[in-house]
Design a protein around this ligand. Structure first.
Ligand code: HEM
Length: 141
């Protein structure tokens, strides 16, 4: 059970990373279409939250069924997870509320979408690298 959950957790994180990278295409593909940008952002945020929930679920099941202590690495994962969700929800709210028919606002939010995407990718990548280093015994987490 623990092993399966960690494998599922691990696969989901890679899926999540690929999704985040792919999501960067949204502001580029909807550069001249504010309504399309808003619609795509909605589908993006729902998928984002769905995958993130599955990541947390598999992680929590692994932790509970493996009777693991709340280690520094697990605390870090939970903090990063909460941060990712917080940033994503704030970003989508902004896009939902904004008057995207104003070209300046649209341009600003396209830029924000990309920058936030890069930040989210970095957060996930840092956690993956840390876990690889932990598995190799290079860092003690
Ligand atoms: C509520 C959220 C989360 C919980 C409870 C959780 C829990 C866990 C647990 C219990 C493990 C196994 C630990 C071990 O083998 O020492 C694990 C592994 C891992 N977690 Fe999480 N996790 C969460 C979110 C995340 C997030 C958001 C990321 C990425 C940003 C992440 C990345 C990883 C990685 C890379 C591994 C190593 C997987 C492997 O061995 O292949 N986790 N997690």
């Amino acid at each position: 059970m623990v092993a399966e959950m960690i494998v599922a957790h691990s696969i989901l994180i890679k899926v999540f990373l690929a999704f985040l990278v792919g999501g960067m295409l949204i502001p580029m593909m909807t550069a001249k279409n504010p309504l399309g940008f808003r619609k795509a952002s909605f589908i993006y945020t729902m998928t984002f939250q769905g995958i993130a929930t599955m990541v947390a679920f598999t992680g929590l099941i692994a932790m509970v069924s493996g009777e693991m202590e709340l280690s520094l690495s697990i605390i870090l994962m939970i903090v990063i997870w909460a941060l990712l969700m917080y940033i994503e929800i704030r970003k989508y709210k902004l896009i939902k509320m904004a008057r995207l028919d104003n070209p300046e606002t649209h341009t600003l939010l396209k830029g924000a979408f990309l920058k936030i995407g890069i930040l989210q990718i970095l957060l996930v990548a840092i956690m993956v690298v840390l876990m690889v280093l932990k598995a190799k015994g290079i860092v003690a987490l």
